[in-house]
Design a binder for this molecule. Structure first.
Ligand code: SF4
Length: 369
C-alpha cells in the first residue's frame, strides 16, 4: 500500500530536509521571528539578519524594551518593514497582556499584529507540536501541483487548498511534517525548474504525471505596475548627511531617508525656501553659489561632483520607484532645515541606523568619505 502524502514527506524530511536552521527546535519566540523574517524572503538572506537580531534582542522582554528605531536598525535592508514594526508592537502586547510569555492559544496568537492564520499555525506546530495546517506560498504551490488544483489564486482557490491542507495532516510528527512541507517547496518543488526526479511524492503528483508542472498554480493575472519618480536630496555637510524620519506607517514607515521630492525643481524650490543656495554646475544657479554650495570646485578629494546622479529603479510589490539622487555638499550647515523629524547624522552612523536598502546603497556609493 502506498504511504500517505504526509508519511512520505516525513520520511523524506528526516533523510534529506534541513536540520541545521538556528530556529529549529527553539522556543516560540525564535520560531515566530523566523516565520516573520521568512515571509517573502529566502532562508539564505534571512540567516545573518536572524542571528544579529537574536544577539540584540534575545527574548521577548528585550525586544519589548527596545525602541522601534533600534528594531528597525536591525531590520534595515531586509525589506517589508511593516514586519519589523509589527514584531515590535506584538512584543509589547505580549509583555503587557501575557506577562512576557508567548501566548499558547492559537486565537490569541492570531490577534497579534503581523500574524496571520498560516504563521500562527506554524508557530503552534513547530514550537508546541500542535496539529495545525499551514498554507504559505510554498505549500500552496506543492499542494496545487500534487493534486492538480487549477484556478487562479483567489479566495475560492485558497479555501480549497486550506481544506486539503487540513485533510492531509498526519496524526503524529506534526513538526517534522510542517518543516517537510516548507523544505519541499523551498528546495525541490520550486517555482522554476522543480526537481521532480528527487521528489518523494512524484508517483501520484498530478502535475508531474501529466507533464503539466508549470501550469500549477495558474499565474496571477498581472496588472500593469504603476511607476513613480522621486528625487532624493543627498545634502552633505562634511561627513554629516541630512535625513528625515518617515511617518510611522507606509512602506518605509519609521525609517530614515534623505528628503524626497517629486522632482529636481521641487528640491531646488525647497532649497530656496529654506535659504539654502542649492545650485551646482549646470543647474543655472552657479551665480548664487557664494561659497555655500560647492559644485565643480569641491575639494580635490571629492570623487563625486555635485548634481544629479544616475537614476535607478527600486521595485516594491505594488509599484516601481525611479529615484534620481541629487548630491549637494554644503560648506555651512543651514540653521533651519526641516527641523521636525530631521537630523544631521554622520554617514557611518546613518549606515547603522534604520534605513531602507536603496538609501544604504546611495550612502555607500556616494556619501562615504
Ligand atoms: Fe512538485 Fe514535482 Fe514533487 Fe510534483 S513531483 S510535488 S511538481 S516536485
Amino acid at each position: 500500500m502506498i504511504s500517505t502524502f504526509a508519511q512520505r514527506l516525513i520520511r523524506w524530511q528526516s533523510a534529506h530536509g534541513r536540520h541545521d536552521l538556528p530556529w529549529q527546535g527553539a522556543d516560540a519566540y525564535h520560531v515566530w521571528l523566523s516565520e516573520i523574517m521568512l515571509q517573502q524572503t529566502q532562508v539564505a538572506t534571512v540567516l545573518p539578519y536572524y542571528r544579529r537580531f537574536i544577539a540584540a534582542f534575545p527574548n521577548i522582554d528585550a525586544l519589548s524594551a527596545a525602541t522601534e528605531e533600534q528594531v528597525l536598525a536591525h531590520w534595515s535592508g531586509l525589506g517589508y518593514y511593516a514586519r519589523g514594526r509589527n514584531l515590535h508592537a506584538a512584543a509589547r502586547i505580549i509583555t503587557q497582556k501575557h506577562h512576557g510569555e508567548f501566548p499558547r492559544v492559537f486565537e490569541q496568537i492570531l490577534e497579534l499584529p503581523g500574524i496571520g492564520r498560516s504563521t500562527a499555525a506554524a508557530i503552534c506546530a513547530l514550537a508546541w507540536h500542535e496539529r495545525r495546517a499551514i498554507l504559505d506560498g510554498n505549500v500552496k504551490r506543492v499542494l496545487a501541483r500534487h493534486r492538480g488544483i487549477a484556478g487562479s489564486p483567489g479566495k475560492a482557490f485558497e479555501t480549497r487548498l486550506w481544506q486539503l491542507a487540513e485533510a492531509l495532516l498526519p496524526q503524529r510528527d506534526i513538526a517534522v511534517y510542517i518543516q517537510a512541507q516548507m523544505d519541499l517547496g523551498a528546495t525541490l518543488c520550486t517555482r522554476n525548474r522543480p526537481r521532480c526526479d528527487m521528489c518523494p511524492v512524484q508517483s501520484d503528483c498530478v502535475a508531474y504525471q501529466s507533464g503539466r508542472v508549470n501550469e500549477f498554480p495558474a499565474p496571477r493575472l498581472r496588472k500593469a505596475v504603476p511607476e513613480r519618480h522621486a528625487t532624493f536630496l543627498l545634502l552633505l555637510h562634511g561627513n554629516d548627511i541630512l535625513l528625515e524620519k518617515r511617518p510611522g506607517s507606509g512602506i518605509w514607515g519609521g525609517l530614515w531617508c534623505p528628503p524626497q521630492f517629486v522632482d529636481e525643481a521641487a528640491a531646488l524650490a525647497w532649497g530656496a525656501k529654506e535659504g539654502i543656495n542649492i545650485a551646482y554646475p549646470g543647474s543655472g544657479g552657479e551665480k548664487d553659489l557664494k561659497g555655500k554650495v560647492l559644485g565643480r570646485d569641491y575639494p580635490a578629494n571629492s570623487k563625486i561632483a555635485c548634481g544629479p546622479l544616475r537614476t535607478f529603479t527600486h521595485s516594491f510589490t505594488h509599484f516601481k520607484l525611479h529615484i534620481t539622487p541629487l548630491l549637494l555638499r554644503l560648506q555651512h550647515r543651514p540653521k533651519q532645515v526641516r527641523q521636525a523629524g530631521s537630523v544631521w547624522l554622520d554617514v557611518g552612523e546613518a549606515l547603522r541606523a534604520g534605513i531602507p536598502q536603496p538609501v544604504r546603497a546611495l550612502l555607500e556609493e556616494y556619501c562615504r568619505s
